[in-house]
Design a protein. Structure first.
Length: 158
């Protein structure tokens, strides 16, 4: 539970709240950006919760490096993209940037996303390949890192 709060809570909660002025936003339902921004934040939170639930239920683990999943999670949102947790956090931060109309928060998101990419490609994917071997290799070959892959013609015919 601690890692669930620490990682996404830090990136999408505390830092935007403390350093980017999210704490000063006054929500006005009549403002043209506010309702879509709140919808994005809400969707991101729901998707993040679904990913965390899948990790615990199917993977029998958590976000914590000391308690990683013991099973490769390929169900739920993980059927469509390999990193739905990071994408969920992205949706939250982008929603916050829209809510505030903040270029600084948009730049923060871009820097964060570059760092996440480097982490995923440099550490996480090699570690998952070592841990889960051919199962992860098959998963990686069929499921996109950030964007869903379109099914091949052969798969659509089935």
């Amino acid at each position: 539970m601690l890692w669930t709060i620490l990682f996404p809570g830090l990136v999408a909660g505390y830092l935007p709240w403390r350093y980017f002025g999210l704490s000063h936003v006054v929500i006005e339902p009549s403002h043209p950006r506010h309702l879509p921004a709140l919808a994005a934040i809400g969707i991101g939170v729901v998707l993040l919760g679904a990913c965390i639930w899948e990790f615990a239920r199917r993977g029998r683990g958590t976000l914590a490096p000391v308690d990683p999943p013991t099973e490769l999670v390929v169900q739920g949102l993980y059927r469509y993209v390999r990193n739905p947790m990071y994408l969920s956090v992205s949706v939250i931060v982008l929603g916050e940037a829209l809510l505030m109309g903040s270029k600084a928060l948009l730049i923060y998101w871009a820097v964060w996303f570059v760092v996440v990419n480097l982490f995923v490609m440099g550490y996480e994917e090699p570690a998952l390949l070592r841990r889960f071997g051919p199962a992860y290799e098959r998963y990686r070959a069929t499921v996109g890192r950030w964007l869903p892959r379109l099914a091949s013609r052969e798969n659509r015919a089935e």
